[in-house]
Design a protein around this ligand. Structure first.
Ligand code: KG4
Ligand code: ZN
Length: 352
């Protein structure tokens, strides 16, 4: 058994080390990913095994299939991440794992795998919040970034505006009152006949379209920094269904561009308001939707015009990966946040 005393000893041994290498595992949804990151900022390896093909058949993630695929892939991605970093398990200083939020079975697979490794290799285990991981992807891309800043987190399951006061210290400014931005993208994409996950495909389709083709409502939500995408989504679906009922061919590129514009405009508007009111000068983007070309372009234009600093993870680090988990883990470790072997999955874990 690993005792409190064992964990304290492991923690103290790490405190004097100039170089800390963390091996992290991410399995909260449909990617099994492992990475090794040095001192929270230098990615030594970043391996992602995507299950997208398995789930595309069903039009969305099937939790049971995801859990089984994670079981098959966990050991392999961990081995591959160590190999690509040129390391053995003994060379790793600490282990990290996403323990929430996400699909319970998927999370449990990763948590069990890393608890086993922690026990066998006698390395401390750091539990990481997936959303904190997304925010932390910014530290990997922008090496001199430090809190405080405002961060827009937009993924398949979350749409949050947070003030990052310090490492691990967040204030929730606003959030979606219904669908997440990525979820809205995926649903609109499905109506346009695109396979899961439709967000990136809708975005590609939109590139050749007229974004003024369909005028969509600008959704209103309760708070000044809250989002609502369900009215927008319904208006879009109704417009498409009406055209189909009349036997009109769908102008898919124009529809995709109009939808993308409406979502991006809302995200920009709320984020800019939150940034301005915060008095801060740095805005970060995070989560799968922050890979969106139009969002990145529009935000860059706003940043130039309004003279604030915009940070975005490189595109490959926007969607789920384990490098961002290892980065978040580094800053948690510095605060002494270790898990014991009773660590459990927390599917509804919150950031704040
Ligand atoms: O962060 P992520 O990989 O997983 C979650 O934590 O949910 O985000 C996945 C979401 C999906 O809904 C996907 O359609 C969306 O991010 N997404 C995009 C783009 N790339 C990924 N949405 C719009 N444009 C993109 N380029
Ligand atoms: Zn995610």
């Amino acid at each position: 058994m690993q005792t409190q005393h064992d964990r304290q000893t492991m923690l103290e041994a790490l405190q004097d080390k100039a170089s800390l290498r963390i091996l992290a595992l991410e399995s909260s949804c449909d990617e099994t990913a492992a990475a090794v990151v040095e001192n929270g900022r230098r990615v030594l390896s970043n391996v992602i095994f995507s299950q997208v093909d398995l789930h595309a058949l069903y039009g969305g993630v099937v939790p049971e299939i995801a859990s089984r695929a994670h079981v098959d892939a966990c050991d392999r991605v961990v081995d591959q991440a160590l190999k690509e970093a040129g390391m053995a398990l003994e060379d790793v200083d600490a282990l990290a794992v996403t323990y929430g939020p996400g699909l319970v079975g998927a999370l449990l697979t990763g948590v069990s795998c890393m608890k086993g490794l922690s026990y066998a290799a006698k390395r401390p285990l750091i539990p990481v919040n997936h959303i904190e991981g997304h925010v932390s992807a910014n530290f990997l891309t922008t090496q001199d970034l430090e809190p405080p800043f405002v961060c827009l987190v937009v993924s398949g399951g979350h749409s949050h505006l947070v003030r990052v006061n310090d490492y691990g210290d967040y204030t929730l400014l606003g959030q979606t009152v219904d669908d997440a931005a990525g979820e809205a993208f995926d649903k609109a994409a499905r109506v346009l006949g695109l396979t899961y996950p439709g967000g990136p495909q809708l975005s590609r389709l939109a590139q050749g379209g007229d974004d003024a083709y369909l005028s969509l409502p600008h959704p209103h939500a309760d708070g000044p920094y809250d989002f609502s995408f369900s009215g927008l989504k319904t208006a879009f679906l109704n417009a498409c269904h009406k055209m189909e009922q009349k036997g009109q061919p769908l102008p898919r590129a124009d529809l995709a561009a109009s939808f993308e514009r409406a979502v991006v405009d809302t995200l920009c508007e709320r984020s800019l308001a939150a940034l301005e009111d915060s008095g801060l000068k740095t805005l970060c983007l995070a989560g799968g939707v922050s890979a969106n070309r139009r969002l990145r372009q529009r935000m860059s234009e706003h940043a130039k015009r309004r003279r604030f600093r915009l940070c975005m993870p490189e595109v490959g680090l926007c969607t789920d990966n384990a490098a961002m988990i290892a980065c978040a883990a580094y800053y948690r470790l510095r605060r002494g946040a270790l898990a014991d072997l009773t660590l459990n999955a927390r599917p509804a874990l919150r950031l704040v």
